[in-house]
Design a protein around this ligand. Structure first.
Ligand SMILES: Nc1nc2c(c(=O)[nH]1)N[C@H]1C(S)=C(S)[C@@H](COP(=O)(O)O)O[C@H]1N2
Ligand SMILES: [Mo]
Length: 220
């Protein structure tokens, strides 16, 4: 049985009481904060770090971490849902709303999708409209403290209404596109959109879930 089949067949205990409506189908609540990613944890010289925008924008712009910290700051408390079946409730992230960040960018009206680029060589695609929601953040802090290296220091995207693979850690660049294109996991069989309440885990039944997703599992 391949990994995708195993995930689909796993028996999942039902959540009860008030949390029930908050647990998407096939998910299990955890109180720990798992760490999941491909490749190495980046180490940065913050003097050289930048966040850039490309593609269908008036001009390419680069932001320093200080630029981001000078923008209006917002805290959101949201549940997060990983495609590997864990959900974690009431996570407080602090940072800049993507929508506020966009005020510094001239976006071409033809742009409908964003390819999020992150270290190292991680990409994920999200429709632009989804990023304009009030709870989508460029987050630098979790639970009142700067993100740890493994959870995405210095900056990660938080897109709480989609599976957590869309919430790129170590985000470095937003590329504005007219057409949707698959990012890293989307090319490997994950769903192009990823709504946890509709269980949009895989784009087809034929894809195998990459094996190393679990081997790298650690907790904070
Ligand atoms: N740069 C980068 N961001 C990433 C990933 C990755 O491999 N690289 N993995 C994604 C996946 S699959 C998940 S579930 C979450 C995990 O975030 P966490 O480690 O803070 O729980 O990060 C997402 N962001
Ligand atoms: Mo994931």
């Amino acid at each position: 049985m391949n990994k995708a089949d195993r995930i689909k067949k796993m028996r999942v205990p039902e959540a009860n009481g008030s949390l029930k409506d908050r647990v998407p189908p096939g998910q299990v609540a955890t109180e720990r904060f798992p760490i999941l990613h491909e490749g190495d944890v980046p180490v940065y010289d913050m003097k050289k770090w930048s966040l850039s925008v490309e593609g269908l924008v008036g001009k390419s712009v680069e932001f320093t971490f200080e630029d981001i910290m000078k923008m209006p700051q917002t805290t959101v408390v949201r549940d997060i849902h990983c495609v590997t079946r864990w959900s974690r409730f009431d996570n407080a992230f602090e940072g800049v709303k993507f929508k506020d960040f966009l005020k510094h960018i001239e976006v071409d009206p033809k742009a409908k999708y964003v390819m999020v680029h992150a270290d190292y060589d991680y990409t994920t695609n999200v429709p632009l409209d989804d990023l304009l929601r009030d709870d989508v953040l460029l987050a630098h802090s979790f639970d009142g403290k700067p993100l740890t290296d493994k959870h995405g220091f210095p900056l990660r995207l938080i897109v709480p209404h989609l599976y957590f693979w869309k919430s790129a850690k170590w985000v470095r660049k937003f590329e504005f596109l007219a057409e949707d294109q698959p990012g890293f996991w989307e090319q490997n069989g994950f769903h192009m959109y990823g709504d946890p309440f509709k269980e949009e885990r895989f784009s087809s039944d034929e894809f195998e879930m990459p094996e190393d997703e679990w081997k790298k599992k650690e907790y904070d």
